[in-house]
Design a protein around this ligand. Structure first.
Ligand SMILES: [Mg+2]
Length: 251
């Protein structure tokens, strides 16, 4: 299915569901889907390098030069790929990263993936409820998550929007997201869902077989299962925007 067909199909499902008097839900994952985490990770690694520059000048020189594009799914792999191989140092850097990554303050360094804001607005304006369903936990990350969504122009906090964070830090993302299925079913009809984790796309395809389930081809957990039949793939949200195929006049 072409990218525009994915969007056309989703918009038709939104219209049909609304016409039937039900709430059409379009579920969006945040980390790795609507948002790129690379700027957050590289900010933390730069901070680590700068704060340890006097004692570790080589680490500083290496890490300070790393761009956000050098970020791999795992922070340790990012440092190893840059040539940092001291086990104790990797452990210290990992702890430094873990103390900051899951916080309101650092989540603000994330940036929306290209076209994510426009796509979320498109489905919202078409009558759907964007549901931000994330593995981030509310105790440590709710405030920063709301602040970033509002700053970046996502529909948030108003009528016909929904946000669901984890209440229990210890729960795995897969178990947590599976546990939300019953709530989503009671709220409305899930017509679309976007996630960067193949395992979660499969889970939701089983739960909502008629929905448009799209795997966003972005960094994800290692060793993913094959995509279940019917799960669609997209590279970027910009590819899904209807206006993308029209000539754009440059100012
Ligand atoms: Mg994700």
């Amino acid at each position: 299915m072409s990218n525009y067909q994915i969007t056309d199909d989703l918009l038709a499902k939104i219209a049909e569901t609304a016409a039937a008097g039900e709430l059409p839900l379009v579920v969006f994952d945040l980390d790795g889907t609507l948002y790129s985490n690379s700027p957050r990770i590289i900010r933390i690694l730069h901070e680590f390098a700068h704060l340890h520059a006097a004692r570790l000048p080589r680490l500083f020189a290496t890490v300070d030069a790393l761009p956000a594009k050098a970020v791999l799914y795992r922070v340790d792999d990012t440092l190893r790929a840059a040539g940092v191989d001291d086990a104790a140092l990797l452990e210290t850097a990992h702890r430094f990263w873990r103390e900051r990554f899951f916080t309101n303050k650092y989540v603000l360094y994330d940036l929306p993936n290209p076209g994510a804001v426009e796509f979320a607005r498109l489905v919202w304006e078409a009558g759907a409820v964007p549901v931000y369903l994330t593995g981030r936990d509310a105790p440590r990350m709710l405030v920063g998550t709301v602040e970033a969504l509002q700053r970046d122009g996502f529909p948030v906090g108003t009528a016909r929007t929904q946000m669901i964070l984890k209440e229990d830090v210890e729960l795995s993302d897969a178990d947590y997201k599976a546990s939300t299925v019953a709530f989503l079913e009671r709220m409305g009809r899930v017509v679309g869902l976007f996630d960067n984790e193949p395992v979660l796309c499969n889970l939701f395809k089983r739960a909502f077989p008629a929905a448009t389930i799209v795997w966003l081809k972005k960094p994800h957990a290692p060793n993913p299962p094959p995509l279940q039949a019917g799960v669609l793939t997209a590279g970027e949200f910009v590819d899904l925007l209807p206006r993308h195929d029209q000539p754009v006049a440059m100012a």
